[in-house]
Design a protein around this ligand. Sequence first.
Ligand SMILES: Cc1cc2nc3c(=O)[nH]c(=O)nc-3n(C[C@H](O)[C@H](O)[C@H](O)COP(=O)(O)OP(=O)(O)OC[C@H]3O[C@@H](n4cnc5c(N)ncnc54)[C@H](O)[C@@H]3O)c2cc1C
Length: 289
Amino acid sequence: MLPKFLYHAPETIHEALELLNKYGREAKLLAGGTDLVVDLRERKTRPKAVIDIKRIKELNVLKYEPGRGLVIGATVTYHQILEYEPVRKKYPVLWEAVKTVADEILRMRATLVGNICTASPAADTAPALLVYDAVVETASKNGGRKIPIENFFTGVKKTVLEEGEMVVSVTLPEPPADAKGTYLKAMRVWSEDLALVGVAALVADGGKDVRLAYASVAPTPVRARKAEKVFREDGDIREKIEKAVELAVASVSPISDVRASKEYRLHLVKTFTRNALNRLLGVEAVVVA
Ligand SMILES: Cc1cc2nc3c(=O)[nH]c(=O)nc-3n(C[C@H](O)[C@H](O)[C@H](O)COP(=O)(O)OP(=O)(O)OC[C@H]3O[C@@H](n4cnc5c(N)ncnc54)[C@H](O)[C@@H]3O)c2cc1C
């Protein structure tokens, strides 16, 4: 049983903002509901009003324009993202990350914007958005903001969103022409599990522009900027990869929980980062007998 709440289904962003303004902190937005309904059922949240944004057509935008990038509106589902060819072609890290989320049934309902607004450290889309330098666009009665994804998360299940503010869309700029990348996720079982560790890696500019980001290894998703810098210097590629792996491990602070120990997570950060970089930089792995 769900607790009682007032249900609203506005049809425009303007109406949604009016409602957010009216109820303030006592309102909760509902997109796919796959996080919110669980929280309502478990009484982790008791809003006076639930504002269902699924009927707002302006929020169902999924559009790629060469040179300008990809816009993902707040009600766009994972299923829509997977089916949209430009995502698979131009943003493979995001496509791979979305493909690891739960199963097809959940992906028909749940949204990428809901994923980042929940702000779980294990959010699978966050590392991909980090390596593509995504920007979160918001709206409120006081106007909108454009927030770089790296500044969006402030703690476990916390974001910079203020009372009365909602996310309208997320924009991923055009990636570098030669960019390639991958998302590696460790789970206890294949499908329907949150990440023990998630690693997004992107390589461009002939191997000089390397981007690394992680899920489930710190209070917020993190980008390993120090590790990335290694590739801007000259030197032996194998040595650079090992140095980057070391710095990536130093940039995370995992905890032990029901899904994995801190030590195992650190081990996964190490091996996944090395594997992703070896593959993307065309370095053959050394097999130790
Ligand atoms: C069985 C199961 C498996 C799962 N597996 C995974 C997984 O593998 N990986 C993973 O990362 N997650 C997983 N999740 C979590 C969840 O499905 C995702 O986080 C999903 O993307 C949430 O999107 P939603 O549209 O359902 O969000 P909702 O539940 O509708 O909303 C989530 C939160 O965001 C807020 N919100 C929604 N839209 C906006 C907006 N536009 N502006 C501001 N706030 C907003 C809501 O108020 C709520 O607090 C799983 C959940 C379940 C139940």
